[in-house]
Design a protein around this ligand. Sequence first.
Ligand code: B12
Ligand SMILES: *[C@@H]1O[C@H](CO)[C@@H](O)[C@H](O)[C@H]1NC(C)=O
Ligand SMILES: *[C@@H]1O[C@H](CO)[C@@H](O)[C@H](O)[C@H]1NC(C)=O
Ligand SMILES: *[C@@H]1O[C@H](CO)[C@@H](O)[C@H](O)[C@H]1NC(C)=O
Ligand SMILES: *[C@@H]1O[C@H](CO)[C@@H](O)[C@H](O)[C@H]1NC(C)=O
Length: 434
Amino acid sequence: MKPTHQLPYLGLLLFSLIPSQLCEICEVSERVHVQLDPLLDTMIQPKYTSVTQSADVLLSLRLIGIQNQNQTIIEALSQQVRNTVERRGLDLSSGQLALIILALGACHTHDETFIFNQHLLGHLENKFKAELENMEEYDGNPLTNYYQLSQDVLALCLFNRTYSTTTVAKLFAPENKNYYLGGQFSVDTGAMAVLALTCVSRSLKEQPKAQEEDLESIENHIRSLVKMILSEKKENGLIGNMFSTGAAMQALFVSSEYYSESEWNCQETRNTILSEISQGAFNIPAAAAQILPPLLGKTYLDVTKDSPCTYASGNSPLSIPVRTTVTPTYSPSLISVHYSVKINKTYSIDVTVPSGSVFLDVMKEAQKENGTLFRFTVEQEEWGPYITSVQGLTANNNDRTYWQLLSGGKPLSQGVGSYAVHNGDNLEVLWSKY
Ligand code: B12
Ligand SMILES: *[C@@H]1O[C@H](CO)[C@@H](O)[C@H](O)[C@H]1NC(C)=O
Ligand SMILES: *[C@@H]1O[C@H](CO)[C@@H](O)[C@H](O)[C@H]1NC(C)=O
Ligand SMILES: *[C@@H]1O[C@H](CO)[C@@H](O)[C@H](O)[C@H]1NC(C)=O
Ligand SMILES: *[C@@H]1O[C@H](CO)[C@@H](O)[C@H](O)[C@H]1NC(C)=O
């Protein structure tokens, strides 16, 4: 080989070394592995209530190398995911299907056969096309959102399927409105896009005849998105909020050539997350599943690695702890909260609920008082119950409408099933655009 050809390879080698070094520096050391037990405990449920829950948990457990420790649990999860596909068929969103493919495809197990026998990648290509067609028809609004379009590209890229890199380069320009939800840059979305674009740029570099223009524009997108993600870093090290920090960490692990060491103190971020875990902050399966891999230096780009699913740095592997039984606390006292539904007009009510209640309990109580004004519907999603309609007014992705949750005028970072209400709270559901 001529020296001119060796140079790019050397560059590639260096690029692939930097992220892994960063991961190791930031990994939770073996000494404090017990601090991760609450996450594992939360992730293992007798029954999962949404399509994506079991896939998210399976992907997470496989990435951190549980595979060889607790095979029965992994096998049961994989069975659930495969059953979902067989039951729901094509009635899945593009991102749901992409996530399922990542979960089944991780670790090169016999589940790979299922992906190919069921033609899941071909179906994903079609669903991705349908997202693009919807954008053409509805003013640039996809069927779902850019978080899912990123999952789609990531899965198609990791499994070497066809997609137009020119389309990807156009689609994921940092100024696209779909990176913003409710006027705010969505760190989760930007981070998932960085993972997808990094996969695409790495595979472009491997091709003999690189599409230089696409590659350059994709690399520029990554650079801008990384900047936007870092600008959402808070004083305590969280990036965006607690629930987007895991995705942001993954994005920063794979893109370390785009920022300098002084721009991100990974240990600070990790320590804040560990202290939040000890206070029970990641107490739903989705939250636990998404934060765990980056705490062990793993990213979704590891899914198709040759030797994935083994625990890094020669440490002893993690395993799932035997379930601890929690005794529910008895709370007889009552609290009073103010609740409003805001459309063009405000409809308010004061309700009394037992202390320890969540937002959803307040909505149910209000609905009991007046089933016309406070009528609502929910759907069980990965993160819990999602409010789909209030007073018969239904959220719609084509119009970018949704029911936003607020307390004291501030948007909540949790859903109605998780947010614990306090005496005197001023709760709102607001008909909004994102
Ligand atoms: C896109 C998105 C939205 C969109 C969803 C509509 C759309 N066009 O897709 C909009 C902007 C409407 C939205 C709204 C909200 N969201 Co949101 N959303 C996301 C995001 C970025 C991607 C979701 C996704 O597609 N996942 C991938 C697919 C494959 O999984 P899925 O289960 O099929 O996805 C569906 C659900 O996630 C659902 N969904 C979206 N947000 C939320 C929030 C809750 C609590 C529930 C139960 C469901 C839900 O919409 C998805 C599409 O149908 C996630 C980030 C993440 N890490 O998941 C945040 C995220 C899930 N959302 C979050 C929050 C807090 C909310 C709100 C409660 C904000 C608010 N103050 O009002 C509201 C929900 C209120 C309600 N009506 O119940 C948090 C949840 C944290 C937690 N601990 O519960 C996340 C993790 C973002 C964050 N880092 O804070 N969201
Ligand atoms: C995709 O292609 C690359 C490069 O040719 C190869 O190393 C990798 O194993 C392939 N991945 C899959 C999942 O087939
Ligand atoms: C997981 O595997 C470890 C090691 O084999 C074992 O000690 C632990 O009890 C297992 N956990 C469960 C929940 O079965
Ligand atoms: C709110 O008011 C505007 C302006 O009067 C109107 O166009 C819109 O349809 C109203 N929205 C709802 C949901 O009633
Ligand atoms: C609900 O509120 C509306 C408006 O104030 C009122 O007209 C209606 O009678 C109330 N319904 C019940 C069941 O209290």
